[in-house]
Write a protein that binds this ligand. Structure first.
Ligand SMILES: C[S@@+](CC[C@H](N)C(=O)[O-])C[C@H]1O[C@@H](n2cnc3c(N)ncnc32)[C@H](O)[C@@H]1O
Length: 235
C-alpha cells in the first residue's frame, strides 16, 4: 500500500499524537510497561495494519483486550489512529515504525497474539528476508510472544502463503488451522481487512493459517531482521 504524499496529513498528525493514539518517538519507553498503559488487558499486535479496518474492528469487538498496530508508513499510520480517536477507543494504539525494531518496544512475553494481514509479498528471492513471515522475523516473534503465543496470517498471495507455511514448519511452529479459501471454510473470521475486502471482492480466495509457538520452535538458525537495505518496492 503506497499513498501519494498528502501534505494535510502532516498538519493533522499532531492531534492524534497528542491524544495518545499514535506513537512515533521514544516508543521504547513502553517496553515492559504495556500492562500499565492497558491495565488488565491481554495485548494483541497487528504488524502492517495499513488504514486500520481490521485492528479498529477487533478493538471494538474485544474491549477486554488491547490492540497495538505497527505501521511503517507515516502517512498511512494516521488513518487507524484517527479511527481510534474518533471512536474514543481506550484499547488501541498505533506505532509508526518498522517492525524489525519491535524488540526495542516490547519485552519478552508482553504480546500474546500476533496478526499478519496481507503482508507485503516482496516477491524477488533476494527480498525474502523482508517478508514478515521469514524465519528471522519468526525468531523475533518467538522472543516477544514466547511459548504459547499465537500468530494468525491471512493473504491473497498464494506464493507468499506457501513460502510462509514452509517457514512456519521449518521454524517448528504448530499449525492449528489452515485454509486456502478462508471465506468458504469453517474458520472464524471476525473482521475483514481493507485488502481482504478488495481481493475477495475480485473473487480471489483468501489463504489463512493459524500457528502456535511451542517448546520445539526456533531450533533453526535465525538472525535479527534489522538493517536490511531499503528496496524499491514490496510488490
Ligand atoms: C499490503 S498492506 C496491507 C494492509 C492491511 N493489513 C490490509 O490487509 O488491508 C501492508 C502494510 O504493511 C506495512 N508494512 C510492511 N512492512 C512493514 C514493517 N516491517 N513494519 C510495519 N509495517 C509494515 C506497509 O506499509 C503496508 O501498509
Amino acid at each position: 500500500m503506497r499513498l501519494r504524499k498528502k501534505p494535510w496529513i502532516e498538519k493533522a498528525m499532531p492531534e492524534v499524537i497528542e491524544a495518545g493514539f499514535l506513537y512515533r518517538e521514544h516508543i521504547e519507553r513502553f517496553k515492559g510497561r504495556w500492562q500499565e498503559r492497558f491495565p488488565g488487558k491481554e495485548i494483541c499486535l497487528e504488524i502492517g495494519c495499513g488504514k486500520g479496518g481490521f485492528i479498529t474492528g477487533m478493538a471494538a469487538l474485544h474491549p477486554e483486550k488491547a490492540f497495538i498496530g505497527i505501521e511503517t508508513q507515516f502517512d498511512i499510520s494516521y488513518y487507524p489512529a484517527r479511527k481510534a480517536m474518533e471512536a474514543g477507543m481506550d484499547n488501541m494504539v498505533i506505532l509508526n515504525g518498522d517492525a524489525a525494531y519491535m524488540e526495542d518496544w516490547f519485552a519478552p512475553g508482553e504480546i500474546k497474539t500476533l496478526y499478519l494481514n496481507f503482508s507485503d509479498p516482496w516477491p524477488k528471492a533476494k527480498q525474502a528476508k523482508r517478508r514478515l513471515t521469514h524465519r528471522n522475523f519468526l525468531g523475533l516473534y518467538l522472543k516477544l510472544l514466547g511459548v504459547g503465543g499465537r500468530l494468525f496470517f491471512k493473504t491473497d498471495n498464494r506464493k507468499l502463503f506457501d513460502f510462509s507455511v514452509d517457514e512456519f514448519k521449518e521454524f517448528g511452529l504448530e499449525i492449528h488451522g489452515l485454509s486456502y479459501d478462508l471465506h468458504h471454510s469453517s474458520y472464524r473470521n471476525e473482521v475483514q481487512t481493507e485488502y481482504e475486502k478488495k481481493f475477495s471482492g475480485m473473487g480471489t480466495p483468501i489463504n489463512y493459517c493459524e500457528v502456535v509457538f511451542t517448546e520445539n520452535s526456533g531450533k533453526v538458525v535465525t538472525r535479527s531482521p534489522r538493517n536490511i537495505r531499503p528496496e524499491e518496492s514490496p510488490s
